[in-house]
Ligand binder design. Structure first.
Ligand code: NIG
Ligand code: FE
Length: 422
């Protein structure tokens, strides 16, 4: 007797499981094995979970599906995971981009009251429903690229009211969009203008009022700080993240974008989730991250858009650090929803192999969000978040770059995008 199930995806050119248990066997070549690829694979889905994965003939014998989907000539992967975005903001900064492309400097623009400050001013003025609509559009574009989980930071409010408004926007989006959203509090993005001469008072406001309130109302699961010149110092970062940990939020940090100030060592000492950016990092920082299992979230879009050098992903991986890749989607330094393109840049510009590029937007991104075991791999028991790409091999996701190859997206067991076969 066959078991009744909701959905069977079958006959895929490859099912890229990213399951460590499958990385020693199967697959046609060494790199396909490194992502646990199954040629001619199938995935059985029932009640929002992955029930089984393997060769199509075996799964066909075992299950009778309410719906069977022919994935021949296509690649099935875990739904992609974007572990670092600033999706909720008001206004736009294309004029600033134009100025930067004519030679203006990102940090100088920020220091003179523009940049992040201009988005803060616009976000404070934007009503919640407009913030929701703007971010919903970005999430829809992300879904079109196969992204089923998105981390979303606050950080363009920098006052109690607007930081809460942003996190409530995320909560509202989580109810209406198909993806899983992971909210992070980034009240410590920059020092708000009105606190320019009394920065400690703003740090105290975050520690005394904002962090406890946000943790109590479960509006965020993590806390981030921008540690760099023109933003927060190492000591301020430590104080803010220590308070966040005490309130039950997981710490993470924007570190080394412009200068190395010991963020990786600090976050490792706090048992943090990730250190992000890392254009600048010391050997000691890398060692600390590797020892503590802190994920490096690399952000190729920021290096690209700021005409900065790309962080050295190869060096991190060779020292034992897990590397994830994110869009960093934000109005200033990285305005993109295209996560596969970011992974392609990580492969071509940061020294990752294609297998490492795939892990960077699946298993390692899940680890960066403390969701390993739930998402990021195609393993029985995990959430049925899947992407189907119209490519013959997973490497084509990075090789045939800048394009949208998505044919189908399944989020929490439900078909969220379905393109007709041509
Ligand atoms: O990750 N580095 C700090 N924050 C963002 C940029 C924010 C902005 O320019 O609006 C980043 O690059
Ligand atoms: Fe960022």
């Amino acid at each position: 007797m066959k078991r009744d199930i909701d959905l069977l995806l079958e006959s895929a050119a490859q099912v890229v499981t990213v399951d460590p248990a499958r990385m020693r066997s199967g697959g046609e070549d060494e790199e396909a094995r490194a992502v646990g690829a199954i040629s001619g694979g199938a995935v059985a889905i029932d009640r929002g979970r992955i029930l089984d994965v393997g060769r199509t003939d075996r799964l066909r014998d075992l299950y009778r599906a309410g719906r069977t989907i022919d994935a021949s000539g296509r690649v099935v992967t875990p739904g992609l995971i974007d572990p670092h975005t600033h999706l909720v903001f008001g206004g736009q900064r294309h004029l600033e981009f134009g100025l930067r492309m004519k030679g203006a400097d990102y940090q100088e623009i920020l220091a003179s009251g523009g940049g992040i400050h201009s988005t803060v001013a616009a976000t404070r003025k934007t009503p919640v429903d407009e913030l929701v609509d703007g971010a919903a559009k970005r999430l829809e574009k992300m879904l079109e690229f196969g992204v089923t989980t998105v981390e979303v930071k606050s950080g363009y409010g920098l006052d109690v009211e607007t930081e809460l408004k942003i996190l409530e926007t995320v909560r509202c989006l989580a109810e209406r969009c198909p993806q899983r959203l992971v909210p992070t509090y980034l009240g410590a993005h920059v020092i708000p203008k009105e606190f320019a001469d009394r920065r400690q008072a703003y740090v105290d406001l975050m520690i005394g009022e904002m962090i406890p309130k946000i943790a109590r109302e479960q509006l965020a699961v993590a806390c981030d700080v921008f540690l760099d010149n023109g933003a927060y110092t190492r000591d301020e970062t430590e104080a803010i993240l220590t308070a966040a940990v005490a309130a039950g939020l997981r710490p993470k940090v924007h570190a080394g974008q412009f200068s190395d100030q010991g963020g990786p060592e600090l976050i490792a000492g706090l048992n943090g989730l990730s250190a992000d950016h890392l254009e600048q990092i010391s050997e000691a920082g890398i060692e600390a991250m590797a020892q503590a299992g802190v994920v490096a979230n690399l952000l190729p879009g920021a290096a690209y858009s700021l005409r900065d050098h790309f962080p050295d992903g190869r060096r991190l991986i060779d020292r034992g650090v897990d590397v994830a890749v994110a869009t960093d989607d934000n109005p200033g330094s990285s305005r993109t929803e295209n996560l596969p393109l970011m992974a392609s840049m990580a492969v071509t510009r940061m020294g990752l192999t294609c297998a490492e590029g795939m892990k960077a937007v699946t298993t390692n991104a899940a680890k960066a969000l403390d969701l390993a075991g739930e998402i990021g791999a195609i393993i029985p028991g995990m959430a049925a978040d899947l992407a189907v790409f119209d490519i013959p091999d997973f490497r084509a996701l990075f090789y045939h770059f800048g394009m949208n190859h998505t044919a189908m997206v399944i989020a929490k067991g439900t078909i969220a995008i379905e393109e007709e076969r041509r």
